[in-house]
Design a protein around this ligand. Sequence first.
Ligand code: TTP
Ligand code: MG
Length: 369
Amino acid sequence: MPRIVAHLDMDAFFAAIEERDTPAFRGLPLVVGADPRGGKGRGVAATSNYRARAYGIHSATPISVAWRLSEAARRAGKPPVTFVSVDMAKYARVSDAVLGIMRRFIPLVEPASIDEAYGDVSATGSYEEAERLCRELKQAIRTEQRLTASVGIGPNKLIAKIASGLRKPDGLTVVREAEAEAFLEPLSVRAIPGIGPKTERHLARQGIMLVRDLKTLGPARLEGLLGKRGVELYDKVRGLDSTPVETSFQPKSIGEQETFETDVRDSRLLVEQLAALSRDVIARLHREGLHRFRTIVLTVRFADFETKSRARTLARPAGEAVTLRREALKLLMPFLDRRDNPRRKAIRLLGLRVEQLDEGRQRNLYGQE
Ligand code: TTP
Ligand code: MG
């Protein structure tokens, strides 16, 4: 079964939502962003609709520049730009709704920004079926949200992402694995995610404009030109990318438990079991892409099924298995003597869980926001 990835990106997202919600805006050039204050405004455009893009106004255009371009259009007899302020809470709600629709069609969805997400559509079995599924998805977004999206389908995230940008708005572009390399060759180096305007200029000075030109360089030359990123580029310009589509769903807690073959009273054995559980919990934490926890919960079930839990929250997040084992041991001690186990009952099950998890670094969904 071939690996097939879809990338969905909403068209002129913030602007399309404002046009949808205010019919008077339709058909006019629209910019969502900072207040232009008659040309004196600071700040930038978050985005613009396609009519305002025709005036040269894009994401990150200074709002004062957008104002000037709008005035110039007005003088040329064209409609001036309508400026709208950013309503992030509204866009986040629409973003959630779109993701919800996407998850109905595709079980494995990875949000990538407020208006884009990857989906693993390998289970459709073929590019034809993947395309059909994505057409239905686009139609559902149109009917339920009255918004358009562009979708790219390819053998990996890299190709799918580039393909989704190719026929905007309302596009659907399919690039099969065998076509991927040729698909990239005539594109500007800017098409490769990670190559921004600065790198583009740097490469242009060496006469490198197209992906095809980048392919003439070996890994060492790429590294010399672009540093560490250059090495990754060697694969990318050949259409290769093995990053998996991952749900960035974050579990609230991660735990393991062990029911013993026979009930245990031997504290040395229990301490050993706890060390093994600590290692397993940390390993699972890492597999989820998480690295730190703050709360530790120990559960003990006695032979008679009476079940008790004790928890402790650390002053600061921790991440090591030794810390987890030490803290879990402190929680276990009272169960090993009369404090929490006055009748010295044998133990049937030990459970260990960590909560208040994080990745150990901050994730920023909106980039500049
Ligand atoms: P994009 O998908 O880059 O842009 P877009 O959806 O407006 O237009 P396109 O049809 O080309 O996809 O970004 C999504 C939203 O994120 C955009 O509507 C506004 C916001 N955004 C910013 O606030 N600042 C930025 O610099 C960019 C690039 C986007
Ligand atoms: Mg978009």
